[in-house]
Design a protein around this ligand. Structure first.
Ligand SMILES: *Cc1c(COP(=O)(O)O)cnc(C)c1O
Length: 226
């Protein structure tokens, strides 16, 4: 149900670089999550709102739930009371809605901005220009957005075996992250998350400065979508 050897090995690798492991448990049963939880894992990533809500109700309450998929504005309200970090903010409208629902729940929700680094058109995320525009809106209305905290960037590399291309894409994300840290978030210590790397490319992502990897199949086995 889970691959314990992979988990222990990856954990060791990540410790050396102080990288956080998000165990991506989408489509996997609660028993598998519980098994990894029993080995000490606390951060889990999900992509589907309904599935996340059901799992959150059934599983231990000290789990940190990461929402890593594309999030529709009208669904923010269902996860706002408990979500730990939303990885894929890609519009100002979504940021405003997260702020609104966080306020209703008397809390601050941490988010990452998703940047488009892959060559494929299908992957979500913003380009540099769109991301900077979002930040301009954010700065202009900051006093009304006290219930969201922008903690960094997230990106997904292309689906390719080409190591150089993967490396370039991760570098692009990391460079932009460092740029924003100096320009927009200079005195905001919480702006410190660069979420990049999955089962197939996490070693390159770490070499290129990832601070958080999102790994599913290596821990839980391949997904079956039927
Ligand atoms: C599914 C998913 C992952 C994990 O993918 P694996 O290849 O199984 O490690 C990581 N990030 C996002 C955004 C995902 O949707």
């Amino acid at each position: 149900m889970i691959n314990k050897e992979n988990f222990e090995r990856i954990k060791k690798e990540l410790q050396q670089t102080n990288t956080t492991l998000i165990a991506v448990s989408k489509t996997k049963p609660t028993a598998a999550i519980q098994a990894l939880y029993d080995l000490g894992q606390r951060d889990f990533g999900e992509n589907y709102v309904q599935e996340l809500i059901e799992k959150q109700e059934q599983l231990p309450k000290d789990i940190h739930w990461h929402y890593i998929g594309h999030l529709q504005t009208n669904k923010v309200k269902y996860i706002a009371s408990f979500v730990h970090l939303i990885h894929a903010v890609e519009s100002f409208k979504l940021l405003q809605e997260i702020n609104k629902q966080a306020e209703k729940n008397n809390r601050v929700i941490d988010v990452l901005l998703q940047m488009h680094i892959a060559q494929e058109e299908t992957k979500y995320g913003m380009d540099n220009h769109e991301l900077l525009t979002l930040l301009e809106y954010y700065e202009a209305q900051k006093n009304r957005l006290q219930h969201v905290r922008i903690c960094g960037l997230m990106g997904m590399a292309s689906f390719t075996e080409n190591q150089n291309q993967l490396r370039n894409e991760f570098q692009q994300l990391k460079n932009f992250f460092e740029y924003l840290k100096r320009s927009n978030f200079l005195f905001q210590d919480y702006f410190n998350i660069c979420s990049m790397g999955m089962s197939s490319d996490y070693t390159i992502a770490i070499e290129e400065g990832s601070t958080m990897v999102r790994i599913g199949s290596l821990l839980f086995g391949a997904r079956n979508y039927n």
